[in-house]
Design a protein. Sequence first.
Length: 270
Amino acid sequence: MSEITSKIKSIHWQRMMFILLMALMVAGADSCKSTGKMSKKERKAQIESAKLQLQPIISGTSTLSYDEQKRIVNGIMDKNLNDPILNDMIIQAQQKLKTLLAEQTQANAQKVDIARAALYDLLLNKDNKSADELEKELNAIKRQNLNDTELNDLMARLEKKIQEMRSGGGNLPMKAHLENAFNTIANSAKTGNLAQADNTIQKTLQLFTSDDALVLIIISREGDIVDYDKPTNIKRYLNLLKDTKANKNDIDAIVNDANGKIKELDLIKK
């Protein structure tokens, strides 16, 4: 009886071991399936999908940004699909991205050069634009988001110039602003309001590089032949307006320095 019982227990134990072994085999198979090799069908599908993604990059017809295209190529490389045709396409795509990056870098450098020249012109303000006109062109440059240190510095200087123009009532073109100042000095002195004349003189001097900024008065001009009166400086000229109580000259030309300050003023007799 004990012998029969022993055999039964032995059979039961063998059955349990068989079930445990099968369970381990299934678990191992599932693990390989989730982390191991792909089936041929899956690999083929991924290769074809990768080729479709690379084709517009290679042909240059992709509408994606450089960074997005680069992520696609790197993602395909990470899969290690090891297909000869696909590998060749990856190399072509990498070469195309190198060319694209070089073109973008060159294009950006050209935009920076154009913006730099424009900002210098705006600071000099040879066209005597108003503060509003200067700000409009400044904002157009800002919207390009060129992210260049020198441009950022020039834009900050132009913003300061615009603020100074507005604080000094300079939302007019510089030529008109100076003419108003000259008339105010002369008329204030004529009516005996010397305090206003002196205040306008001090504000006007702030627009120039210094009190000694050159002022030239054109006596006559015939073609390229120009005759000038004796040179003077802006401080003496403004005080002359106060003393004579008259503005007898028109503004012919304004020359600014790189910071937008006036370094030379050319006048012509009315």
